[in-house]
Unconditional design. Structure first.
Length: 502
């Protein structure tokens, strides 16, 4: 029988050490200090000399849930981060060149009984009186019209664009108010217990040791704790996601911010445009097998609007996930745990989900069942997000470059193939309860990229053509009216949360 008194793996968790700052580190510090700050000692270690990736400036609506959980005021947050509203993502040149569709955060139409709206729309399209699918979604129509307003009872779904560096500073102030401590310095070594392999301390370059009972690895792609020290392997997804490089920069704004992110496909990748109150975040994500760094840089710089504020900085990455994001007494968050290119703005969401799952399973003493549960839930979520991103490439009709021709030959995950085939044949969406992207997200992207179902549910034939037309017309007129009554997006934001003075 082991002596639990001397066994570090059975020691109560009282001291939490977060290795690395940036968005992941300070989100973790904010949540753990707000929820458990009265019973834990929380220390974050970061170095001002080590830069962060500096992207992840477009979010999805789940960030609102995170902010509600830790009581962050929306106006204060948006003013501090120069934030704007995001109603969805404009996908340009994905199905084909010169083609555009928007994946919005809203719901299209409304279901009748147990049957999804898309089935009634498909019958209306067959009858000749249904207009475009986008006409039945408020968030999509508002995005196209550059309009926004808060509506009663959560009547509009939205997310944010924000300055990532300002967000980290905002969360640092929040965390320190709730008891988290910050230590400046570089990590020289990670100390482990010889018997259990558990991490016991971070050895700093100045000789100090930051001891802890539980560690959160937010060291980015370096993965100093989970990878280098604990030896957890990485599952490579580059056979599904070809892009491995990026350039990012910031430019001055030349017009008012629109309430959506732009994702613009090119010949060997895609570019993002993220409009903030004071500037625009820009990036190009590309496959170094299909285009040289110099060619990508030239294409990128030639496409920018406004003056360059910060010279483009390079990012190298490998798409995939840690084989376990929780190993022994260490959890990896953010880039240390996984990377899926930010096509659907999921980077911050995956950090958030890791934090929420950790809080739900937070150990008094580290135990294997909690580790197994955490890893299983994160694994499921990562695979759902991966499939959703891969779908954008798979459904493209583009064949105008070696990159797109190779993608056309790519074998996709069987889980994704099933979803697409089910929708194409029946109009039904396969959906796992609790997964990130809802049915309407799958429908908007699949139809936006050319997948129109061959059939619809027979329930849609159970109502008369006249009743069906009234049903569709009522929804369309309601959506159109609400969108037209909203003010311009930036006019509304200027009154809602004025930007702080420089």
């Amino acid at each position: 029988m082991s002596n639990h008194t001397n066994d570090i793996s059975h020691r109560p968790v009282k001291r939490v050490v977060i290795a690395g700052g940036g968005t992941a580190g300070w989100m973790a510090a904010a949540a753990v200090s707000r929820v458990l700050g009265k019973v834990l000692d929380i220390t974050l270690v970061e170095s001002e000399e080590i830069g962060t990736v500096g992207v992840g400036e477009a979010t999805i609506p789940t960030l609102m849930s995170f902010h509600r959980m830790i009581d962050i005021d929306e106006r204060e947050y948006m003013a501090a981060t120069q934030g704007t509203v995001k109603l969805g993502i404009s996908f340009e040149n994905w199905l084909d060149t010169e083609h555009r569709y928007i994946h919005s955060f809203g719901f299209s139409g409304k279901d009748r009984g147990a049957t999804g709206f898309q089935h009634f729309w498909l019958r209306g399209r067959k009858e000749g009186f249904a207009s475009g699918y986008e006409d039945y979604c408020l968030e999509l129509k508002a995005a196209l019209a550059d309009r926004f307003a808060h509506l009663p009872h959560g009547g509009i779904n939205y997310a944010y664009h924000m300055d990532a560096s300002l967000y980290a500073k905002f969360l640092r102030r929040f965390s320190e108010r709730h008891g988290a401590k910050r230590v400046e310095g570089k990590i020289a070594d990670v100390v482990t217990d010889a018997a259990s392999g558990f991490i016991t301390a971070l050895k700093m370059e100045n000789g100090d040791a930051i001891e802890g009972d539980f560690f959160i690895d937010c060291t980015g792609f370096r993965a100093l704790l989970i990878g280098k020290t604990l030896g957890v392997g990485f599952t490579d997804w580059s056979h599904w996601l070809f892009n491995d490089s990026a350039l990012a920069t910031q430019t001055t704004a030349v017009r008012d911010a629109v309430p959506y992110t732009r994702a613009i496909a090119g010949k060997a990748g895609w570019q993002w445009r993220i409009p903030l109150q004071h500037r625009v975040g820009n990036g190009i994500v590309y496959s170094s097998r299909h285009v040289s760094d110099d060619e990508a840089r030239e294409e990128f710089l030639g496409s920018l609007e406004g003056d360059v504020i910060k010279q483009p900085w390079p990012i190298r990455f490998k798409p995939g996930q840690r084989q376990q994001c929780w190993e022994k007494n260490c959890v990896a968050l953010g880039l240390a745990g996984s990377f899926i290119e930010p096509l659907e703005s999921t980077t911050i969401h995956l950090i958030q989900r890791g934090i929420v799952h950790l809080l739900q399973n937070f150990p008094q003493v580290v135990a294997q069942p909690a580790i197994d549960e955490y890893n299983a839930r994160l694994d499921e979520e990562l695979q759902h997000v991966r499939d959703f991103v891969v779908m954008h490439y798979h459904l493209s009709n583009r064949r105008d470059s070696p990159y797109w021709r190779e993608i056309a030959e790519m074998e996709i995950p069987s889980t994704l193939r099933h979803r697409i085939e089910l929708f194409r044949e029946t109009g039904t969406v396969f959906h796992v309860p609790g997964e990130l992207f809802g049915e309407n997200s799958w429908i908007q992207v699949m139809m936006g990229q050319g997948v129109v179902p061959k059939r619809y549910h027979p329930t849609a034939d159970a109502i008369s053509p006249a009743e069906l037309q009234r049903f569709l017309d009522d929804i369309r007129h309601h959506v159109q009216g609400n969108a037209q009554r909203m003010p311009a997006h930036m006019d509304y934001l200027r009154s809602y949360c004025p930007a702080p003075k420089p």
